[in-house]
Design a protein around this ligand. Structure first.
Ligand code: F0G
Length: 460
């Protein structure tokens, strides 16, 4: 008997400790929704069956990460856990200065409080919500420059996360003096978890060089991005993901990181760069807001868990499973005719709520309506990424977002294929009844990042 190459891609791990899931009744979920003001961020997670709100900090750590936790050294200054962490970061991203933060937005807060300010403008392929908020909080302007293909939910461009390089060039030609840094988000989360190609990064680098501007990565999902490069970019097939990541890093001058994503942490982040003077200024803010530069808002044990997590994030068996299992959910929905953003992202599948709930206008928040319905129907928590998240401008006006999406984010190594089969069933049920779903209005909202705490009411 010859041994074939079996096609089933299995979870490359087995379960070592389990957490119970608590089913609820539709009545309980309706009561929970009313209590939460129809805002899924306001639910108790104990009332959620399958939690696809985010892939951030919600993944399962490995046996070796838990072992690393025991190895943590909690010295205030100069802990060996810091050096282990720093070296693991530099293995992939060899920047001179590695500054730990408690999560990604803390790194953003620090870098933009140094580089931002009134009159400044920061370009990005697409800012994530906290990145945009941290830019705008300093009085600077956050400009998104995705390629035009990114706006077509059903196009099949392999690198929909790419930046529009001509638009970047035009912005710099006009306002070079106002641009302190160019950012690229890999993968492009707000644009659908879509990857950025090495070719695009090289072009962006060339434009940055022409204007003498630093290029920074918002690199939360760098390993997934590198895997997409390996699978999709001409000349990259068969390469080691570690080498692709190093190629990406070599094109940049620095990075911000939420280590709650690909680095497999439940908490953590960092800021890294080559510019010593910039690092000095960032560390000064770090000491005020996070902590001493060798722990920066994390415990020694967290630094150890991240060092180990970084090694696991670039494992090819893991990445093949990771990207394939997200694709499995996306493909099942496409086959059933549910409008989703294609190709599937690395960490999430994005339902096109504007297309599915075409009876609602964007200012009736179709994404919110769909997300509420998925929870009500099956206890599945997702996240609106659309007009609720992006509709309110700094000047107080409200406009439809480019797309109204509902993100089903897949925590790393957490749910099995049968959990995902259940999610597919819930999505198909809700899609069948989409035309019956109500619009929503906001009855209370804060001035910034309203999607976290706003309260809603159904329109009928
Ligand atoms: N940048 C990107 C691209 C992100 O996706 C996130 C977080 C951050 C920065 C901020 O990092 O949460 O550690 O402060 N994204 C999470 C999400 C929250 O659900 O997509 P953080």
């Amino acid at each position: 008997m010859t041994t074939p190459a079996f096609e089933t891609i299995i979870e490359p791990f087995r379960i070592h400790s389990v957490e119970p899931l608590r089913p609820t009744t539709p009545e309980q979920r309706r009561a929970a929704l009313a209590e939460a003001g129809f805002n899924l961020f306001q639910l108790d997670s104990a009332d959620v069956l399958i939690d696809l709100l985010t892939d951030s900090g919600t993944g399962a750590m490995s046996r070796d990460q838990w072992a690393a936790i025991q190895h943590g050294d909690e010295s205030y200054a100069g802990s060996p856990s810091y050096y282990l962490f720093r070296d693991a970061v530099r293995e992939l991203f060899p920047f001179d200065h590695v500054i730990p933060t408690h999560q990604g937005r803390a790194a953003e807060k620090i870098i933009f409080s140094v580089l931002g300010g009134p009159g400044k403008v920061v370009p990005n392929n697409t800012h994530f919500d906290t990145t945009r908020a941290n830019v705008e909080y300093t009085g600077a302007e956050a400009v998104d420059l995705p390629i035009s293909e990114a706006r077509d939910p059903r196009g099949d461009h392999p690198f929909k996360g790419n930046m529009d390089v001509a638009a970047l060039d035009a912005l710099l030609a006009e306002r070079a003096a106002d641009v302190p840094v160019v950012f690229v988000t890999i993968t492009n989360n707000s644009g659908g978890g879509q990857p950025v190609s090495l070719a695009n990064l090289r072009e962006i680098r060339a434009v940055c060089d022409a204007y003498g501007k630093p290029l920074f990565l918002d690199a939360c999902r760098f390993a997934e991005n590198a895997w997409f490069i390996r699978e999709r970019e001409p000349g990259q097939a068969g390469r080691d993901v570690v080498d692709i990541v190093r190629d990406i890093a070599a094109l940049a001058d620095g990075m911000t990181m939420s280590a709650k994503k690909d680095p497999m942490g439940n908490i953590g982040g960092w800021l890294a760069m080559n510019d010593a003077e910039l690092a000095r200024q960032c560390r000064a803010v770090l000491i005020l807001t996070e902590g001493f530069p060798t722990y920066g808002g994390l415990a020694g044990r967290d630094l150890e868990a991240l060092a180990q997590g970084l090694r696991e994030a670039v494992d090819h068996h893991y990445l093949r499973y990771r990207i394939r299992s997200t694709g499995y959910l996306g493909e099942a929905l496409v086959r059933a005719g549910v409008p989703v953003l294609t190709p599937s992202g690395g960490h999430a599948v994005y339902l096109d709520a504007r297309a599915l709930l075409s009876h609602l206008s964007p200012l009736e928040y179709p994404g919110q309506s769909l997300a509420v319905a998925l929870y009500e129907a099956g206890g599945v928590r997702s996240c609106e990424i659309g007009t609720v998240m992006f509709g309110r401008r700094p000047d107080g006006s409200e406009h439809p977002a480019a797309l109204d999406l509902v993100r089903l984010a897949i925590p790393r190594r957490t749910y099995t294929q049968s959990h995902i089969d259940y999610v597919i069933e819930v999505c198909l049920h809700v899609a069948k009844h989409a035309s019956e779903l109500p619009g929503y209005r906001i009855v209370d909202e804060p001035p910034q990042l309203r999607h976290f705490t706003a309260r809603f009411e159904p329109l009928r």
